[in-house]
Write a protein that binds this ligand. Structure first.
Ligand code: GDP
Ligand code: MG
Length: 440
């Protein structure tokens, strides 16, 4: 039963094992195999593993997890962080037209992605989009973009195979300026392999167009080769982001990690289908799960983390039972706990007997919680343990520190007193029952 299980967790929270070289060895090997199977390039795997190992060593193992599972949890978190530390939306930060230049090998998905981007761009409020193809080498390439433009209901700037790419680009930019387009997307030619002539051509295009987005389009199925391609393009061009295509296929997506590691540039969008609707913004967490391909272990780890959150809540209860008073530290911990468990709205749903609050009430509640936390943060530890110390001059100092009025501090102290009373009256059975009610 749950409360028994949680009880055990609380008892064993301290003094558990830590991660050591020996107890993570097997799991590290598993992770290595998983990454290689996902087609992450070998040098990237090596560097990543070394980094994670460093970070993991000495960390405490959560109850109900083995050291190996614990390590895999850390790996998952690191993977996600590595691929998406900062959110990376498409940029339009320029005098319109904002130029997007597409770069990548033939077949990577450049032309398709041009059409897909139109929708994302429109969602950002940029309505007038112009597409142009500088792919003069394959007879069908220009027509393909024309079709795509038609499907996406974007404007199309015609070009012909006898023109020079640079001339096409200049004419399109000029047209986009004169017709007040918000965005100009420039499709380019790709070769089957990276070659000098192709790199020179796209460098020249980049110079003439001065794009705000230079997107490297790469096929997720490319696996190990993605590293070399990414390196070549990253050396030649100041890339601003990556479009990773064909994620609807079987590819485990190791290319995402490789490309991110090699270029240092964020993955901005992913292609998930041949149709123009098959585009999504990039989710690092999901990609990390996909790369690791350890669904079962990962959900186990998530459960264990949840159990710890509940255990922290139970600790408060234990403390109350043991007769140690409920102070402002506990009050704050309680609020942080609420946040972890999904904020006020989730909590209201889970608390038996609590009515439904309106969205406005909830938003106001969350705001108040933030203010309260700010006020408690402005107190000294001693003041938090002994709120009775809080006389006028201390209140003024705290209010100033938290950027609020003295009356806000008073209101908080009232709330705290009420909570304190409630805690007392709930007593042993009541509180445990409430916690059981909250079980997610
Ligand atoms: P380009 O040579 O770089 O312009 O590549 P294309 O845009 O012509 O795409 C090459 C092939 O990949 C076409 O058959 C596309 O339909 C297909 N393709 C592009 N993106 C995706 C994707 O996200 N998923 C799938 N399944 N196919 C894609
Ligand atoms: Mg193309």
């Amino acid at each position: 039963n749950l409360s028994e299980r949680l009880g055990r967790v609380v008892k064993n929270l301290r003094g558990q094992g830590r991660l050591t070289e020996a107890n993570i060895q097997d799991a590290l090997r598993e992770v290595r195999v998983a990454l290689l199977e996902a087609d992450v390039a070998l040098p990237v795997v090596r560097e990543f593993i070394a980094k994670v190992k460093d970070k993991a060593m000495g960390q405490e193992v959560l109850q109900s997890l083995t050291p190996g599972q614990m390590l895999i949890g850390i790996v998952h978190k690191e993977l996600a962080a590595l691929m998406g530390e900062q959110a990376a939306p498409l940029s339009f930060a320029s005098q319109p037209p904002a130029v997007f230049l597409m770069a990548g090998l033939q077949g990577a998905g450049k032309t398709t992605t041009c059409g897909k981007l139109v929708r994302l761009i429109r969602e950002r409020g940029k309505k007038k989009v112009l597409l142009v193809s500088t792919d003069v080498y394959r007879p069908a390439a220009i027509d393909q973009l024309k079709t795509v433009a038609g499907q996406a209901e974007a404007d199309f700037f015609p070009s012909t195979p006898d023109q020079k790419p640079i001339d096409i680009a200049r004419a399109a930019l000029d047209h986009a300026r004169r017709h007040f387009h918000d965005v100009l997307i420039v499709d380019t030619a790709g070769r089957l392999h990276v070659d000098e002539a192709m790199m020179e051509e796209i460098k020249e295009l980049h110079k003439a167009l001065d794009p705000v987005e230079t997107l490297f389009v790469v096929d997720a199925m490319q696996g190990q080769d993605a590293v070399n391609t990414a390196k070549a393009f990253n050396d030649a061009l100041p890339l601003t982001g990556v479009a990773l295509t064909k994620l609807d296929g079987d590819a485990r997506g190791g290319a995402a990690l490789s490309v991110r590691q090699i270029t240092g540039k964020p993955i901005k969008v992913v292609g998930v289908g041949e149709k123009l609707t098959g585009i999504e913004v990039f989710h690092p967490e999901r990609m990390a799960s996909r790369i690791l391909g350890m669904g079962d272990v990962l959900s186990l780890i998530e459960e264990a983390h949840k159990a710890v959150d509940h255990a922290e809540a139970l600790k408060t209860v234990q403390k109350l039972k043991s007769g140690k008073g409920f102070d402002l530290e506990d009050f704050k911990a309680q609020m942080q706990q609420m946040k972890k468990l999904g904020g006020l709205s989730t909590l209201m749903d889970k608390l038996p007997g609590a009515g439904k609050a309106s969205a406005d009430q909830l938003a106001e509640g969350e705001k108040q919680m933030k203010r309260v936390e700010g006020i408690i943060n402005a107190m000294t530890p001693e003041e938090r343990r002994k709120p009775e110390l809080l006389k006028a001059s201390r209140k003024r100092r705290i209010a100033a520190g938290a950027g609020v009025q003295v009356q806000d501090v008073n209101r908080l102290l009232n709330q705290f007193e009420q909570a304190q009373k409630m805690m007392k009256s709930l007593g042993k059975g009541g509180m445990a029952k409430m916690m059981r009610g909250m079980k997610g």
